[in-house]
Design a binder for this molecule. Sequence first.
Ligand SMILES: [Zn+2]
Ligand SMILES: [Zn+2]
Length: 330
Amino acid sequence: MSIIEFTDRGIYCPAGDFYVDPWRPVARAVITHAHADHARFGHDAYLATPISAAVMRHRLGDIRIDTQPFGTPRQIGGARVSFHPAGHVPGSAQIRIDVGGQIAVISGDYKLEQDGLSQPFEPLRCHSFVSECTFGLPAFRWPNAQDTFAAMAQWQADNRTEGKLSILTAYGLGKAQRLIQGLAPLGLPIFTHAAVENTNEILRNCGVDVPATHRLDTRSPTDDLPAGIIIAPPAAADSAALRKLGPCRVGFASGWMALRGIRRRRGVDRGFVMSDHADWPALNTAIAATGAQNVYVTHGYTEVFSKWLNDAGYNASVVPTEFGGDEDTE
Ligand SMILES: [Zn+2]
Ligand SMILES: [Zn+2]
């Protein structure tokens, strides 16, 4: 019996009779992080880190959820299960499963770059590693984040000179707080759309040090909006409420902005390359550090990436999943 199996409901651990990030309803779901494609509605019972659980309660309502902090193992049937930081967004975990000394790690989504808010990625030794490869092509190499924050501040200054508001769009859990964390020290007031600010409040209540922000009131906007940056989810950028605030420029922060043509298709004025996922060098570094012989790749450039890994001497295969949300898909 293998430690994990890949089923049409999700990644299954027979020894513990639970699923990791299942996409169809199951009795027991162990959740890597609170993004919608990994933490879905409809399971009988959930297990997640305290931060993920807080976000999931907000999003999914009255669910039966138990929490487990990083690094503390618990026995589930014949499996010893522990959560370890994945560095993707605050609360995001890799799930380590030990069955009789055979170890599998399911990384969910991850990044190695430290963002100052998410608990830094922890390399784990294992026999089998399940990796995303959202950005599993050599073309994806992230620029230095401080340079990108400086470019955002310059963009804001230019917009202000031209009498335009700066609206920066980013996913509400993870990316938005990373932008706030990077831009606040540059002295810019940060105005947040309700969807972003609600998540900020949940994270602050969990002890995550999200810098102070101003909740945007679109009905009675303050005069100092042009002096700052408005952070909103991508879906809100076209909303009448935001457009009514006045002439504006819209920027988008995503790993996909590294690809030509996508910015234009998204209809944004300016793209900034910044991702909550591992880029090509980081994927390779992370996988090498596991010492795993078996590597299973999930969402992203799976075919190309698994071929690359097989050529590099790993036993790699593609696992069909139904992940893909936030920044995972384009
Ligand atoms: Zn994610
Ligand atoms: Zn994902």
